[in-house]
Design a protein around this ligand. Sequence first.
Ligand SMILES: NC(=O)c1ccc[n+]([C@@H]2O[C@H](COP(=O)([O-])OP(=O)(O)OC[C@H]3O[C@@H](n4cnc5c(N)ncnc54)[C@H](OP(=O)(O)O)[C@@H]3O)[C@@H](O)[C@H]2O)c1
Length: 303
Amino acid sequence: MSGEGGSLSAGWKRPALPCPALSLPRLKAFTCCCRVGDGRAPSTDTMAAAQVGSVLVTGSNRGIGLELVKRFLGKPNPPQWVFAACRDPEGPRAQELRSLAAKHPSLALVQLETTNEESIRAAARKVEGCLGGSGLNLLINNAGIMRPCTLDSATAQEMLEVYATNLVGPMLVTKAFLPLLRKAAQESHQKAMCCAKAAIVNMSTVLASIEKTPETYFFVPVISYRCSKAALNMLTKLQSMGYKEEGILCTALHPGWVKTELGSDQADLTVEESVNGIMKVLCSLSEKQHGVLVTWEGKTLPW
Ligand SMILES: NC(=O)c1ccc[n+]([C@@H]2O[C@H](COP(=O)([O-])OP(=O)(O)OC[C@H]3O[C@@H](n4cnc5c(N)ncnc54)[C@H](OP(=O)(O)O)[C@@H]3O)[C@@H](O)[C@H]2O)c1
């Protein structure tokens, strides 16, 4: 499968051209255009201040999700609970998570198929039980799929499958965990919105930016993926309106173009590089990024 492409990271290093329609000059032009927004490296002070008490990551058995779990566990001030949600915690693809859980008592593996409502409800019950009356500070809706798909090849079945995972899943997961996020927001001593208080982070992509589509289209069309993530961006904006009064931060995040099964080995960034940036961004998120699409470098992308 072609990886998610274009300059999905702002730091373009080499020409990787999964789509022959994209010329190198065009790709470079796109790369430069991606350097937008008001991104500034988060200060160490901000990072030190962010003490996330509990975090749940969906799709955490591989790729960006797995690396996020590792980083939270490895923090000098790790969360009290790291909930690693994945479809099959007992299966062969969750071996690394199980090894981590054997070493870290604060890591709980949670079965969560984001397209299955019963699985989502059971996951929320399990997390609530572990938290023992406390709230959940940070929900990262990371699970996602991409299918090779052009305007000509797109089918109803494929569109619906990709929407189910990339849009409906995060919507249902957020609804199920909302009572715990609300509780965290109410319990928190933090006045300002931040990940240490209560936050929903939806993993999106620059490919979902409608404004940037003229620059990205020829690199990799992936119609169903782009449409589903653009809808996820809208969901993020709606959540930011709906949950603002309750103090729950809602942000969409583009992780860069990352070497994972989804991103392909042609991608710009290693998982470690991307998640280095993401961890800093998570620590620095504030009201300024509420209802905003930001990159792994903390830059703002246009919807
Ligand atoms: N890699 C990139 O270049 C890139 C760029 C922009 C955005 N993103 C976004 O970043 C997120 C993570 O991507 P990645 O690159 O780490 O992908 P990845 O390596 O393919 O991992 C995807 C993860 O999502 C899980 N998943 C898929 N469908 C699921 C479902 N219905 N229920 C529960 N879990 C499900 C997978 O679980 P299984 O192992 O069970 O399949 C896997 O853990 C995605 O939302 C993606 O769209 C990635």
